[in-house]
Design a protein around this ligand. Sequence first.
Ligand code: AMP
Length: 216
Amino acid sequence: MKLVLMGSPGSGKGTLSKDLVPKYDFKYFSTGDMLREEVASGSGIGNKIKAVISAGDLVSDEMIIEMIKTKLDELPDDANVLFDGFPRTKEQAEWLDSYLSSRNQKIDAVIMLTADHDLLVKRLSGRRNCKECGRKYNTYFSPPPGNETCECGSRLNMRTDDSPETVSKRLAQYDDQSRNLISYYDSMGLVIRIDSEGSEEQVFKKVENELDRRYS
Ligand code: AMP
């Protein structure tokens, strides 16, 4: 099965992926993670990507396609793949369709996570993680014990693109950029909309039920 996971930043794509990967034995491709790895490597290209992400803009289709193609080329045709954050534009989706079709494959479904705007802002701008011990917090829903300080005593980290100004821009831009993409997949009857409010288990169960009902 080839599955695309869509949803605004903060809709819970990463969390859901963590549950879906073992259940369906997915190879997991998150372009956001791949880009952050490149940034962390401190390479020249990484520094350019950092500027784009921090500004809330999208990395070019060309670069994303080159990055994902390298990974896909390594997989057997029939591998189960979960795409998270990719495709992000209709152009990327068209490229993916033609790439898969050249390997006699196709996208089976697009899971679109939906959520209320205010909830998304809180989920994103409240996100904190500890680089020392890996603990995760949200200042609204699961606050750390001290002001910006982890239980282990280390100072908490916030993603540069989670600042309140960048969050608003990312959400608005996501709506703009994804409109064509959603119409594209809707016209193919592939989109399954899932309300992402509720616990991790509840959201996973809803997705699992839909996939099992349609594809088992
Ligand atoms: P994410 O973790 O998916 O929210 O991605 C973080 C940032 O990486 C996005 O705001 C974009 O700047 C960039 N990015 C991730 N995936 C893509 C993609 N498929 N196309 C263009 N830019 C992307």
